[in-house]
Design a protein around this ligand. Structure first.
Ligand SMILES: *Cc1c(COP(=O)(O)O)cnc(C)c1O
Length: 456
């Protein structure tokens, strides 16, 4: 058998078993390092043996996040079309920075861009850059914002840097995602200078607080809102925030890593109404669109600002107008990330995408309903999207339940602290999760709770 044939067989076997195996990894980090370790080999090894060895060693050290009962963080699996397209991306091995470096890479970006914008209800004139994830998307958005708000006051930040620049006021919500703070750091704004706007009890920015804070200054300003709080799924009131941004002449950036996909569903899009008024948005494909890692999208409605901030220009790039991938993201050489996104959208279609998003949310509500009836169990959030926060008796019991569920192996959930109280965080974002999987998770919670309580 050929190397790639054998590899496909190993991958197929892995995926066929992923719903049945224990969801947690069955080998620890230390065991894995020890198994892989050794001196750098002086001589080579047959590639099939290398791949078989890697799969045998690392397979048991993976978490079954490709399967239907991994509910940790906010992690998507891969739809079959997206996974297969990702294999082709590796086989083609294109560097997709320009039309010249890869007509195929540039073409699939151009179409994936249009489809993503249409699916999310965003202006068709926006530029989508294909990044490693939402962190990079946040950075691109903030750099484009930095360019435009400073350009408006006569400061060329790309040429002169931030030293001596007019101050830029940056507003974020109290519940801002840590990756946006990283982006603020990288963009030279610093974390501490950002004004933190009060949130409501679900973690969404309060519209009145944004309006007050935005009304205070009259210099360059950037407002960073969020669609999809990682704990509760709550979305900031984007329409009202867009009003405040208009009023203040501020740039509006939306971190919509997973929550922005609500826009793809007719029954959920009201949650993110106003997203279409943002100047820049960051959204992940590797979370809710179920495209293999790594894949995010940086959307900027002002393509010139994006190009000025992060685009590459050099004489040898020989651009002849038309959309060029190097104008949208900071990396030059990079894989053809848009192809799996195109494949995912083509295989799902608009209706299939809406159905995927709605199904995950309906699963989240099913879990909440199952847990709410249990004595001593509380659902701490309004389940508006795909996130459920569950608390068992007290902090200690909640922590013990998480551990017991992970050890039980039927499912995997992680913990969080919500308003000072320990909680289990359940994110439903895998395309293959069924109602039956949700029921298995609920049963696993009850088994764990009974065991923890009887231990006392
Ligand atoms: C996951 C997430 C991010 C970071 O995205 P990456 O793809 O991990 O870089 C940012 N913001 C929110 C709200 C997220 O959920």
């Amino acid at each position: 058998m050929t190397l790639l044939g054998r590899t496909a067989e190993i991958a197929q076997e892995y995926l066929e078993g992923v719903a049945e195996r224990q969801v947690a990894a069955s080998r620890s980090y230390e065991e894995l390092v020890e198994a892989l370790d050794g001196p750098l080999p002086a001589t080579g090894t047959d590639p099939t043996q290398v791949v078989e060895g890697l799969a045998a060693t690392l397979g048991p050290g993976t978490v079954a996040s490709a399967g239907p009962r991994y509910f940790g963080f906010v992690v998507g699996g891969s739809t079959p079309a997206a996974l297969a397209a990702d294999w082709m991306v590796s086989a083609w091995d294109q560097t997709s920075f320009s039309q010249a470096s890869s007509p195929a890479g540039a073409a699939v970006e151009a179409v994936a861009e249009r489809w993503v914008l249409e699916a999310l209800g965003l202006p068709g004139t926006a530029r989508a850059g294909f990044t490693t994830g939402a962190t990079a998307g946040n950075l691109v958005g903030l750099l484009a914002a930095r360019h435009r708000v400073l350009e408006r006051v006569g400061w060329d930040v790309e040429a002169r840097g931030l030293t001596g620049a007019p101050p830029v006021s940056v507003l974020v919500g109290e519940e801002v995602h840590p990756s946006l703070l990283v982006a603020l750091r990288m963009a030279g704004f610093g974390e501490d200078g950002a004004v933190r706007v009060a949130s409501d009890d679900q973690g969404a920015m309060r519209a009145d607080a944004v309006a007050d804070a935005a009304g205070e200054g009259d210099g360059p300003a950037i407002i960073c809102a969020q669609a999809g709080n990682v704990n509760t799924g709550a979305c900031d009131p984007l329409d009202a925030i867009a009003d405040a941004a208009d009023e203040a002449g501020a740039w509006l950036h939306v971190d919509g890593a997973f929550g922005l996909w609500a826009a793809a569903s007719p029954s959920l899009r009201h949650l993110v109404a106003g997203a279409e008024r943002a100047d820049s948005l960051s959204v992940d494909a590797h979370k809710w669109l179920n495209v293999p890692y790594d894949s995010g999208i940086a959307i900027v409605t002002d393509p010139e600002a994006a190009a000025a901030a992060v685009g590459t220009s050099a004489s040898y790039l020989m651009t002849d107008a038309g959309r060029e991938p190097f104008e949208a993201v900071p990396e030059m050489s990079r894989r053809m990330r848009a192809a799996p996104i195109y494949a995912a959208l083509r295989a799902l279609g608009r209706d299939g995408l809406a159905e995927l998003i709605e199904r995950c949310c309906s699963h989240a509500r099913r879990l909440a309903a199952a847990m709410e009836g249990v004595d001593g169990v509380e659902v701490l959030n309004e389940v508006v999207l795909n996130q459920v926060l569950v608390r068992f008796d007290d902090d200690e019991t909640t922590a013990a339940v998480i551990e017991a569920v992970q050890r039980d192996g039927t499912a995997w959930v992680g913990g969080t602290v919500w308003h000072g109280r320990a909680a289990v965080r359940v994110a439903v974002s895998n395309h293959s999760t069924t109602e039956g999987d949700i029921d298995l998770l609920a049963e696993s919670f009850i088994r764990a709770l009974d065991a923890v309580r009887s231990r006392g």
